[in-house]
Write a protein that binds this ligand. Structure first.
Ligand SMILES: [Zn+2]
Length: 105
């Protein structure tokens, strides 16, 4: 993997603030929903390629919501909150697409 694409190599410091603490809340939700999918459906291929493809596909379809992780409760009450059911549906679709046309050998 090129060094520039490694998350660990990104300098998040701007004006003394560590912007690495600003988190895409929906990324956390996608990870939870994805784990749920694999727990629920043992017929899914759990190889690294399929798992990565499902994650990447879902992440490209779920709207991003970067927040200060300390204001998660405020975010959940805001108009920009994306309900978990929406994220679950997107992740389910992504997993289904990868199941139907996997990129593994
Ligand atoms: Zn696979």
């Amino acid at each position: 993997m090129p060094e520039l694409l490694s998350k660990d190599s990104i300098n998040y410091s701007v004006n003394g603030a560590d912007l690495g603490d600003i988190t895409n809340y929906n990324e956390i939700m996608v990870l939870e929903c994805l784990r749920d999918c694999y727990k629920r459906d043992s017929s899914l291929c759990d190889c690294a390629i399929c798992t990565e493809d499902a994650y990447a596909l879902a992440m490209n379809l779920v709207p991003v919501r970067y927040i200060q992780i300390s204001s998660v409760n405020k975010y959940k009450k805001s108009d920009s909150y994306v309900d978990t059911s929406i994220i679950k549906a997107i992740v389910d679709d992504a997993v289904d697409k990868i199941k139907k046309s996997p990129n593994h050998d």
